[in-house]
Design a binder for this molecule. Structure first.
Ligand code: MV4
Length: 450
């Protein structure tokens, strides 16, 4: 087993990884920018190394600096968390070249799933249902028109190097297509340096349902159920839950087994998430994330499986200790991503936390690196913490979530807590009757001001 793990991240996920390391008796190295010297993960780690000034490009994305930190501390593995270098195949390779283990998927799978066209082609070959569309990148506007006529309008033009909603354009009719193509290509070129685009049938009101997988890189892989992440704003997830209100046990088992079999076939290593759109009872693969995700605690609460701990185990070459038949789903879990932002404008609200009182009690988990007196820096994302609540049923979970939200005190910065207090009182949310555009419509209709 690893002796010392360097955690190449910050905030709540750095703390989350640190906790798993400590439970495995592994030494921890925290890295931090000059802006994060007072961060909780730095205080709790066995060692810490300052890796640069606040800007991510000079610190958390600074590969030479991270390598030096490994060298100085003798870390034998790195956990990248999410974001930053977590899906950078070259970083994973460089670590391996320097004799340091990367706690994550194989670089070949990171690279494969980073190309949305190759990812989709691979999914199709593995028997995973995909959205009807072009065979790979579009060669010309004529090619695009032929495909669009074949699959039917409306269609969506997507950037091959995209993801997370960047470089997507809808075309409702043939007349709209040339502009959609040109705009998507230009945006993709500007954002990713690659103007390759592909076409898909546009699904107007889908849910976003993702399947958690775990593999040991030797051909064993399991699925850990789904998370419904449909409540999102501008491609930022706001609330996630499992099980999805839209799925029954047979739909869950069917898509779960298709995905797990696919992961076994490619000998996937580590945690991963296969993302689908779900509409009219059908799943459509859109992309795969080769990292631990922000919302992983939702799955942990209903399966009692520590995903980060399992990531560390398989990274060290251990076979998966869990068989699919051992995976049991119990109860219901909901996660609220609480941001230090204005709850109406979503403008970031960094600053010092004057009072901080997180909720507790049965089935309540708060994953946060915040503390009373902590100064939230303005340089990074505004995630203050995640409130994850578990109940025997969705109804019990919602009641407990409402109680926990009312108990949560954060003074000194603005937070999105009021948004969640409104959502857990909304009929559509209580009924689970929402899709990926619901929250933006709720906010646009002044849902929060009422
Ligand atoms: C789609 C779609 C509708 N039809 N593909 C957004 C980012 C990336 N995950 C793919 N996305 C979408 N792809 C087809 N064929 C709608 C979206 C989409 C979306 C997907 C999941 C969660 C939130 C979303 C918000 C806007 C659009």
């Amino acid at each position: 087993m690893f002796q010392k793990i360097l955690i190449a991240n910050r905030g709540e996920i750095a703390l989350r990884v640190l906790r798993a390391c400590k439970e495995l008796g592994i030494q921890t190295v925290a890295v931090h920018s000059t802006a994060d010297a007072d961060a909780m993960h730095v205080r709790l780690a066995d060692e810490s190394v300052c890796i640069g000034p606040p800007a991510a490009k000079d610190s958390y994305l600074n590969v030479p600096s991270l390598l030096s930190a490994c060298e100085i501390t003798g870390a034998d593995a790195v956990h990248p968390g999410y974001g930053f270098l977590s899906e950078n195949a070259r970083f994973a390779e460089i670590l391996t070249e320097h004799g340091v283990h990367f706690i994550g998927p194989k670089p070949e799978h990171i690279r494969l799933m980073g190309d949305k066209i190759e990812a989709k082609r691979t999914a199709q070959k593995l028997g995973i249902p995909v959205v009807p569309g072009s065979e790979g990148a579009l060669k010309s506007d004529q090619d695009a028109l032929a495909v669009a006529r074949d699959i039917g309008f409306p269609v969506l033009v997507k950037a091959a190097a995209g993801g997370g909603g960047r470089g997507m354009k809808v075309a409702d009719t043939a007349a709209d297509l040339p502009v959609a193509l040109a705009t998507a290509r230009a945006e993709a070129k500007a954002a990713f340096g690659d103007d390759a685009v592909y076409l898909e049938k546009y699904l107007a009101t889908p849910r976003h349902i993702e399947i958690q997988v775990l593999g040991d890189g030797r051909g064993n892989a399991i699925h850990l159920g789904e998370r419904d992440c449909s409540l999102q704003r501008r491609h930022q997830k706001v609330l996630e839950e499992s099980p999805s209100p839209a799925l029954n046990a047979s739909a869950r088992a069917e898509i779960g087994e298709i995905v797990a079999a696919a992961m076994r076939q490619i000998k996937y290593l580590s945690a991963g998430t296969v993302e689908f759109l779900y509409q009219d009872g059908r799943f459509y693969f859109i992309e795969m994330n080769t990292r631990i995700q922000v919302e992983h605690p939702v799955t942990e609460m209903i399966t009692d499986i520590d995903l980060v701990l399992e990531q560390i185990r398989v990274a060290d070459g251990a076979a998966l200790a869990i068989d699919q038949k051992d995976v049991e789903f119990h109860g219901h879990a909901i996660e609220c991503r609480i941001n230090a932002e204005n709850p109406v404008s979503f403008r970031p609200s960094p600053g010092r936390i004057v009072h901080y009182h997180p909720p507790g009690g049965m089935g309540v988990r708060v994953d946060s690196a915040a503390y009373q007196g902590y100064a939230i820096p303005p340089y990074y994302d505004s995630l203050l913490g995640k409130l994850i609540v578990h109940g025997k049923t969705r109804g019990e979970c919602l009641m407990r979530l409402k109680r926990a939200l009312d108990e949560f005190v954060v003074d000194g910065v603005e937070t999105t807590l009021p948004l969640f207090r409104a959502l857990v009182r909304d009929k559509d949310v209580l009924d689970g009757a929402y899709h990926i555009h619901w929250l933006e419509a709720f906010l646009a209709s002044g849902g929060l001001e009422e």
